[in-house]
Design a protein around this ligand. Structure first.
Ligand SMILES: NC(=O)c1ccc[n+]([C@@H]2O[C@H](COP(=O)([O-])OP(=O)(O)OC[C@H]3O[C@@H](n4cnc5c(N)ncnc54)[C@H](OP(=O)(O)O)[C@@H]3O)[C@@H](O)[C@H]2O)c1
Length: 235
């Protein structure tokens, strides 16, 4: 029988690309985001639901009895010099990236536990591992996501695996302002050892591998998919 996955944030960017890969494989996806039903329609392989994951009282009753895996794709890119951040900016990034993931995982956990083997995929940023100016808030929030990934992978093993993909600049609606003209695009390409910024499929292929059974001996990992940004500098 086909498998069934929850993709939170499956309406755009990496989540949409991941949804496309999973459905092309014949499996089913439950897509949930704040305005999911405005953006895409339900079909044979996709059921679409609205949810705000920052709301701890949100109604997740649309979830099925059993889930083979989930990915949590909401996030934020809020970059500026440290002295211009307010504490509330840090709180907001923490709510979107960490608390939202906690809410979604807690809602899905009973269904994930019903599967014999299940997998959770989260998203981090290269800026946790590598110090990048203007990234204090998002690096702190995603650092928390990486901590959650490792702790939860211990707690949920052996039935449920938990991994994260740490990415660099990728062309999605979230990164639109960073790639809004040719000179920004050129600079974005040049920053990476592989001389290009990422495309949603670059990241979604890794997420699809991690959410599915072919990665069955991988848990507690933060995997860099970043054009070399995290580890490589070609001089
Ligand atoms: N793109 C990059 O350069 C980059 C770099 C480093 C890390 N990342 C990380 O990669 C992940 C995927 O990002 P992306 O670039 O693919 O972003 P994206 O295209 O903006 O997609 C984000 C998705 O999350 C949904 N979403 C946002 N807030 C939500 C909320 N509160 N509740 C429910 N759904 C919500 C959005 O739909 P609605 O608007 O309908 O809610 C959308 O479907 C994120 O965790 C991001 O932090 C991205």
């Amino acid at each position: 029988m086909g498998k069934q996955y929850l993709i939170v944030g499956g309406t755009t960017g990496i989540g949409k690309s991941l949804t496309d890969i999973i459905t092309a494989n014949g499996d089913k996806v439950i897509v949930a985001s704040r305005s999911a039903t405005e953006r895409i329609e339900s079909s044979d392989h996709v059921s679409v639901h609205d949810i705000d994951t920052t709301d701890s009282e949100a109604d997740w009753s649309f979830l099925p009895e059993k889930l083979d895996g989930m990915a949590f794709c909401p996030g934020s890119i809020n970059l500026k010099p440290f002295h211009r951040f307010k504490a509330t900016d840090f709180e907001e990034d923490f709510r979107i990236n960490l608390v939202g993931a906690v809410n979604a995982i807690q809602a899905a956990l009973p269904a994930l536990k019903k599967a014999e083997k299940a997998s959770i995929v989260l998203f981090s940023t290269v800026a946790v591992q590598r110090g990048l100016n203007f990234h204090t808030s998002i690096a702190a929030a995603k650092g928390a996501v990486e901590g959650l990934t490792r702790s939860l992978s211990a707690e949920l093993a052996p039935g449920i695996r938990v991994n994260a993909v740490a990415l660099s600049l990728t062309e999605t609606p979230m990164a639109e302002r960073l790639l809004s003209n040719d000179s920004k695009k050129e600079a974005g390409n040049a920053r990476h050892a592989l001389k290009r910024f990422g495309q949603p499929e670059d990241i979604a292929e890794m997420a699809a591998f991690l959410i599915g059974g072919k990665s069955s001996w991988i848990t507690g990992q933060i995997i860099g998919v970043d054009g070399g940004m995290g580890t490589v500098q070609n001089l």
